[in-house]
Design a protein around this ligand. Structure first.
Ligand code: SF4
Length: 184
């Protein structure tokens, strides 16, 4: 569906910003493959336009890849510590400390790790930028990203087609995983 491509560019922009910052601050950030503490956050909801992007990604996989993911997603997941040190369940898509939907992951996951301007405050992962004050031009404006995401959600609600099953504004990650597994 065409409008999904414009939604995907929101994700690509968030990822480009992350790449720029992680290259500039390579010495000051812990983000790397296998560092997944920010994915231990119990089950959470995403906008249904993002669930549609993930569904679209899944539908375009080869039958062989789909069944590899199906098998992976039936495996048991174990709890771990979140960024505050509290025991939490992992995201429904986290396996072996890696995101199994990495190329289609939601915008919040793409922004995680860089300094985020949220309302009037700036925050970032406690494992990053220790003892470093990051200048404003290197903050990601989360307020703006949220506005764009809400706009995408309104567009999606207008065009939503039954193939995406997504009647609600928000979708739980665990429900989305079950939905994808049911598409096989
Ligand atoms: S979608 Fe991927 S990156 Fe986002 S919380 Fe889940 S496992 Fe982590």
């Amino acid at each position: 569906v065409d409008y999904l491509s414009s939604f995907k560019s929101l994700h690509e922009n968030a990822s480009s910003f992350f790449d720029k910052i992680s290259t500039k601050y390579v010495e000051n950030m812990s983000c790397r493959e296998g560092c997944s503490q920010c994915c231990y956050n119990d089950d959470f909801k995403i906008n249904s336009w993002e669930a549609a992007v993930i569904t679209d990604w899944f539908l375009n996989l080869t039958p062989q890849m789909k069944s590899i993911f199906y098998t992976l997603w039936t495996k048991e997941q174990t709890k771990g510590l979140d960024l505050k040190g509290k025991e939490s369940s992992p995201c429904a898509f986290l396996y072996e400390e890696r995101c199994s939907i990495y190329s289609a992951r939601p915008g919040n996951c793409r922004a995680q790790g860089v300094p985020l301007l949220i309302e009037d405050d700036v925050e970032h992962c406690p494992l990053n930028f220790i003892d470093l004050k990051v200048p404003k031009e290197d903050w990601l404006d989360k307020n703006r990203l949220n506005k764009l995401s809400n706009f995408a959600q309104m567009t999606f609600q207008k065009h939503n087609e039954s193939e995406y099953f997504l009647k609600d504004n928000m979708v739980l990650m665990s429900k989305l995983k079950s939905h994808l597994m049911g598409l096989l």
